[in-house]
Design a protein around this ligand. Sequence first.
Ligand code: COA
Length: 175
Amino acid sequence: MEFKFGQWLIRNYSYDDKLSLIKYANDPEVAENLLDSFPHPYTESDADYWLNFVHNQDICTNFALADSVELIGAIGLVLHKGQRYGTANIGYWLGKPFWGKGIMSQALKYMTTFAFEKYELRKIYAEVFEGNIGSMRVLEKAGYTLEATFKKHFIKFEKEIDCLIYSIFREDMKV
Ligand SMILES: CC(C)(COP(=O)(O)OP(=O)(O)OC[C@H]1O[C@@H](n2cnc3c(N)ncnc32)[C@H](O)[C@@H]1OP(=O)(O)O)[C@@H](O)C(=O)NCCC(=O)NCCS
């Protein structure tokens, strides 16, 4: 998959993304709003693990955000099975030098449409930590709405964190 918007790109990962992945992912300000499955510090072996994982996915649901030079972030979905079939959790992050340029707003809009077209989904949702105003705004601009707040749902860096669920349904998208 490849989608170009302005000078930015959503594309498949390459093993060559390793150094940029470590450079931008290994940042406490990026990690603080993500689950611990996104490790901090973000080491070379974390990057190796992740690049092997995405290259071996049966259904590719994880993509790199890039400029013409290198990976600058990522966006991806977890497709649920069993009784949650038809739902997916979307997640994303961007290297700090690229924040505030409108990149994720555009990337999330595209990925949401792409995901409803490509996978058999009824609903996509994101889990947002309390206080992550940037992510809430990105979701709202892509048509997601606040569905629920789970109080003190996560522990991050030894603090209890509320989790805000933002969701969008296929019928909201007309795809
Ligand atoms: C959250 C994140 C993805 C936002 O991406 P971004 O490309 O910087 O966002 P955009 O530039 O598209 O901004 C979208 C809107 O949010 C606002 N915004 C972005 N960051 C903000 C912040 N920290 N505080 C307040 N508003 C913010 C922008 O002003 C913009 O609003 P507008 O269009 O009404 O002017 C990015 O900051 C990031 O990767 N953070 C760390 C990881 C993370 O939080 N991931 C999401 C987990 S749910």
